[in-house]
Design a protein around this ligand. Structure first.
Ligand code: ZN
Length: 410
């Protein structure tokens, strides 16, 4: 759906354009709030300047999250971690070691990434719950909702006598190492389709599989899967061949935890808006206008609390360019990260797509760390010049605290 505009006003403005080319120059150091309140007024019901109608989207997408289904990650979020032991376990492990691998850094990540808005608490019952069947049992198949639910249901039923499930928003289950559970899928279902226990309905859970033992797949796996519980889409590519591996991460590389989980991964500012950790007033929305206009903004790094976190330039009702300020974890200098948002596609099909400043340079160590799109940051000059969509973005200033000033011409 395209923006609706007041046709009379538009015609009037177009007439003015014929008479004289009009520039509106917005001075530098403009607060995001000023532009933003105007955008909110002109696009009632919008989500960062795009159509907010999610009635047709039941999948995970880049539009507003449906918190009737997803868990709202604001304030205290309480989880219980349980450990399921299968008869075909190939390696006996310590529940404490698994907890330490997954939880403390995961809690710290959510505290930092949410600017203190989400406080994840995870209790654990450090005993192995014996399962009736091996990991390969078809009724524990985690790739299908009903059999995934059967696995969870057995764990929850067996823990009923020693866990007060009413206290918890999320159930994390760590399965013992066996052949049948390679992945760590999330269980999220609408009200009425969850698991009933103690008068409570469990609708948000993760079953951690073998992959959470892999290098860089510990707490990062918890952060990724909890992101799904809270409504975030996958940002890697579904169905891509695993060789070369970078094909899977063609959309965002390691710039978001829902893509590749490299050191220093963060959720993109757009994702943080979905999570309600940022609001519209934390963004500058530069909508198209019949009048050519130039505006300038200081964007503060994603890891810093406060300031304008990103500039959004909608190019239709379902697409936008976004600029935010990031650094690669091995290079302190901040740069501008440019990406495109598409509401027309869902999880695993590129709802957010980074547009890199430079191609990969095939440095093996860098590729091992970041896989692809590691040269994405712009450090000076023109970031974007889309003549069709009439959006030009260039870097015009820097501050010692990492803030970067951009000029947007539309
Ligand atoms: Zn995922």
């Amino acid at each position: 759906m395209l923006f609706t505009r007041d046709q009379t006003l538009m015609n009037h403005c177009l007439t003015l354009l014929v008479i004289a080319l009009v520039f509106i120059i917005v001075p530098g150091n403009l607060s995001a709030q000023k532009t933003n309140s105007a955008a909110q007024n002109s696009a009632e019901g919008s989500f960062l300047g795009l159509s907010a109608d999610n009635s047709k989207h039941h999948d995970l997408w880049a539009g507003p999250t449906d918190f009737r289904v997803s868990l709202k990650p604001i304030g205290r979020v309480r989880a219980i971690m349980l450990f399921a032991h299968f008869p075909d376990t190939v390696n006996e492990e310590s529940t404490t070691a698994l907890f330490d691998r997954l939880v403390p850094e995961g809690i710290a990540y959510f505290k930092q990434a949410s600017y203190g808005k989400m406080a994840l608490e995870v209790d654990a019952v450090h005993r192995w719950i014996p399962m009736d069947h091996p990991t390969t049992w078809p009724n524990y198949d985690c790739s299908k909702t009903e059999t995934h639910k059967a696995y969870l249901n057995e764990v929850i039923t067996k823990a009923d006598s020693f866990v007060d499930f009413k206290k918890y928003d999320i159930v994390y289950v760590v399965g013992s190492l066996g052949p049948g559970h390679p992945n760590s899928p999330t269980f999220v279902v609408p009200p009425g389709e969850g698991i009933s226990v103690q008068g409570k309905e469990i609708r948000h859970a993760v079953t951690f599989g073998n992959d959470c033992r892999r290098d860089r797949w510990g707490w990062q796996t918890l952060a990724h899967e909890t992101g799904h519980i809270c409504g975030l889409p996958d940002l890697y590519k579904y169905g891509a061949p695993r060789n070369p591996y970078k094909g899977i991460h063609v959309y965002v590389g390691a710039w978001d935890m829902m893509g590749f989980q490299a050191p220093g991964s963060e959720y993109l500012a757009w994702q943080k808006r979905k999570l309600l950790w940022l609001s519209d007033k934390d963004f500058a929305i530069v909508s198209d206008s019949p009048l050519k206009h130039v505006s300038e903004y200081w964007i503060s790094p994603i890891g810093q609390k406060g300031g304008c976190k990103a500039v959004v330039a909608p190019i239709s009702g379902s697409e936008a360019y976004v600029c935010e300020v990031r650094n690669r974890s091995d290079i302190p200098e901040m740069g501008v990260l440019l990406y495109r948002v598409l509401l027309s596609v869902g999880s695993g099909n590129g709802p957010l797509q980074v547009i890199p400043a430079a191609p990969d340079d095939n440095m093996s160590e860098t590729e091992r760390r970041y896989i692809t799109l590691y040269n994405a940051l712009f450090h000076e000059g023109v970031v974007l010049d889309d003549k069709t969509a009439k959006v030009r973005i260039e870097i015009i200033g820097r501050r010692p605290n990492g803030e970067i000033q951009v000029r947007v011409t539309r």
